[in-house]
Design a protein around this ligand. Structure first.
Ligand code: GLA
Length: 713
């Protein structure tokens, strides 16, 4: 990477990626992969993001920095693209950051103070003299080509407390030349990660969560493409501007389009019910946004983000998910040593590598009405503790995993009886129970310490290899009686507390693998990807639904993290093979009642598990190609291609009656065009170029699926 010296680059040729100083020394060009972002300081000292898009051949191609000229009746967005919008000089659009001084002075007028470049990072320091507030916008060049990080830090340089009313991390100005469309992940419980594409309307399109988690209703993610004829991006082609927030709580995305067709996308912490008191000398760091540009459609975006998660973010690099058995659907709350051992015996015989006991094991837990909070083994169900069961599972050659829900408490629990004040609540109002449970206020340091203590002990006393951390309700009554500052800080402090507890437990128990769950995919985001090895994508395990959920999940997150179990849901409608093939495209697990499975079913399952172990490195570490979308037709397909292009695995599914469809032909991009690949079991060999052009024809009937493997010769 080059930084610091004015770049010596001839126009007309694309140089090395990195950050480059412009020839006049007043700007920075951040180049990575196919994309570039240009930042300039204008004569007024404002920092402008004058460009974001495809890398351009010469440095002088990037537009420089016009001064702001206030208009009497200006349009609702800046005529010039200020990198951090504060509403100064009569601009009327959404702001990136909003601060009120103790004196009542509102808004910010930020001026450039200095740049602090370091390896792979550029920090631009700005200051508002009147508010005595420093704002640092930092850009990082991430290791994954094409990806940049942006973060924002506020520091109070004054002597009075400032109130932060909004702190978004980023406002991105799209190049002129719309219209644009926004693709985003929408959803609800049991139907997460639905990719939708909405043309940007004039005005603003808002996506958000106000629930304390990122929510089933969406992921803080945007992918923008052009909405004009012939320019819209698809799966495998087209320019896409994208970004995602590394945060596991309330978030907000606003995509604005002005009457003069300028577009700005804002992303960050939700300002809904948000306030933060910034005392003299204090800093506030907003979560990072990962962003990029690529000309290769949504497939290219996903491959970049998957690489980023696997190589830069995940706590365990090169993670190969173990084949899981989870007891939830088989036993619900009715767990004990004998029943779990019977399941474990069958799971082990099928080749399962990790046996997880789900909900129901802890004190007083018979239904969902009691027990949450009392995290020690139920003395009736496990009179000798968990150790005997853990030893049995280990003795069968499997790892042992356990379900917990640390953030929750049932009113019928010792914890609740001892600390009713530890719950999110308003003293003056009743507390709304959902699933018969309340949320602990993880913003409180004493709650955090309690959770660290109790789970540290559990993990120290019992050789647990894997923990599924669940979170089964959204927030209501987000009060924090007695908190000496503004109670609205709770939304952010809760997530910071969650990160502290989870991070500390990880640090103390580095061996343990963590699964993230929130009633399925209620909290799957880049924040969680940094903390956990895998996530349970949805409580909906019906194969047809699951194909869509998994496709949506795969927009951002790699298959290595996507827990996917074969269950008994609608087992009469889908063959065991079909159900396995759906789950084998992610982190394979089994969640059916093995005691009710026939011997033949278990034998077939064992074959699939053995096959999965062979293709697992491809699924977990390969490049994903979504070949046909389950949203668009009854036949869907995806492939994982090895990074070194030595092999590929292809999954093809054919759903419900669709008599018009012939045996589908699936074209296979992503292979080495020159190399020759053999389709295993069929004896057909073609070059990568040939497979891309001719594809493979898969003779599937309704509700059949196939797993095909190609090997380079
Ligand atoms: C949630 C999870 C399930 C299961 C139950 C247990 O619904 O998503 O997988 O763990 O809780 O109560």
């Amino acid at each position: 990477m080059i930084f610091g010296e004015p770049a010596d680059r001839a126009d007309g040729c694309v140089g090395d990626a990195g950050m480059q100083l412009t020839a006049d020394g007043k700007g920075w060009i951040l180049e990575s992969g196919e994309g570039a972002c240009a930042l300039f300081v204008n004569d007024d000292g404002q920092v402008l993001q004058t460009y974001w898009g495809a890398r351009l051949p010469g440095l002088t191609d990037y537009p420089a920095s016009p001064p702001v000229r206030p208009y009497a009746f200006g349009p609702p967005l800046q005529r010039v693209p200020v990198a951090l919008l504060t509403g100064e000089q009569g601009t009327f659009g959404e702001r990136t950051v909003d601060v009120v001084a103790e004196s009542g002075l509102r808004g910010l007028v930020l001026r450039f103070v200095r740049a602090e470049p370091s390896d792979h990072r550029l920090a631009l320091v700005l200051e508002d003299k009147a508010q005595q507030l420093e704002v640092v916008i930092a850009f990082e060049e991430l290791k994954t080509p094409g990806l940049l990080g942006r973060s924002v830090t506020l520091r109070n340089l004054g002597t009075a407390t400032a109130t932060l009313e909004r702190v978004f991390t980023a406002s991105f100005h799209l190049p002129p030349g719309g219209p644009y469309a926004l693709s985003h992940l929408d959803g609800r419980w049991g139907d997460e990660f639905r990719m939708r594409r909405d043309p940007l309307p004039f005005g603003a399109l808002v996506r958000e969560s106000q629930r304390v988690t990122t929510s089933h209703g969406g992921v803080p993610y945007f992918a923008i493409d052009r909405d004009s004829l012939g320019e819209a991006a698809g799966e495998a082609h087209g320019a896409v501007w994208f970004g995602t927030l590394q945060w596991s709580g309330n978030w907000k995305l606003i995509a604005e389009r002005s009457a003069d067709d300028r577009c700005v996308v804002h992303l960050g912490l939700n300002d809904h019910d948000f306030r933060w008191s910034l005392a003299p000398g204090e800093t506030f760091e907003a979560p990072r946004v990962i962003f990029g540009y690529v000309d290769g459609g949504h497939g290219a975006v996903s491959r970049m983000l998957h690489d980023f998660v696997r190589n830069e973010l995940a706590p365990r690099r090169d993670y190969l998910p173990p084949v899981v058995y989870n007891s939830w659907y088989a036993t619900l709350f009715d767990v004990d040593e004998v029943g779990q051992t019977a399941l474990a015996d069958r799971a082990a015989a099928m080749g399962v590598e990790l046996f997880v006991m789900d909900d129901g094991w802890f004190a007083g837990r018979r239904t969902d009405r009691a027990g949450l909070g009392d995290w020690w083994p139920d003395p009736q169900k496990f009179p000798n503790g968990l150790k005997p069961l853990v030893d049995t599972v280990h003795g069968r050659g499997m790892q042992f995993g356990l379900w917990i829900e640390p953030e929750m408490v049932n009113p019928d629990s010792d914890l609740h009886r001892a600390h009713p004040d530890w719950i999110l609540h308003f003293a003056e109002r009743p507390r709304t129970l959902m699933r018969n449970q309340s949320i602990l206020n993880l913003a409180r340091p004493d709650v955090q310490d309690y959770l660290i203590g109790i789970f540290d002990r559990l993990l120290a006393e019992t050789p647990i290899d894997f923990v599924k951390w669940d979170m089964n309700r959204n927030a209501s009554e987000p009060g924090w009686p007695g908190y000496e500052r503004d109670q609205r800080e709770v939304w952010v402090r809760y997530v910071a507390g969650l990160y502290r507890v989870w991070g500390e437990l990880r640090r103390r128990h580095p061996r343990v693998i963590w699964e993230n769950c929130s009633g399925g995919g209620g909290r799957v985001d880049m924040g969680m990807m940094a903390l956990t090895e895998q996530s349970w994508a949805s409580d909906n395990t019906v194969p047809a639904a699951r194909l869509q959920i998994q496709e949506g999940y795969s927009q951002l997150f790699p298959a290595s993290t996507m827990a996917a179990w074969v269950t008994d849901e609608e087992k009469d409608s889908y063959s065991l093979d079909f159900r396995f093939h759906v789950s084998m495209a992610g982190a394979l697990g089994v969640g059916g009642n093995l005691l009710a499975w026939t011997e033949a079913e278990r034998a077939r399952a064992a074959e699939h598990i053995a096959t999965y172990k062979q293709v697992r490195p491809l699924v977990a570490g390969g490049d994903l190609y979504r070949l046909r979308s389950p949203r668009e037709s009854a036949i869907s397909a995806l492939a994982y291609v090895a990074k070194d292009k030595s092999a590929a695995v292809v999954f093809v599914y054919r759903l419900r009656p669709d008599r018009l469809a012939e045996a589908p032909t699936i074209r296979l991009p992503g292979l080495d065009p020159e190399a020759v690949y053999e389709l295993e079991g069929e004896g057909i060999s073609r070059s990568g170029c040939g497979w891309a052009a001719l594809g493979l024809t898969v003779p599937l009937k309704d509700d059949q699926s196939a797993l095909l493997r190609l090997q380079r010769r």
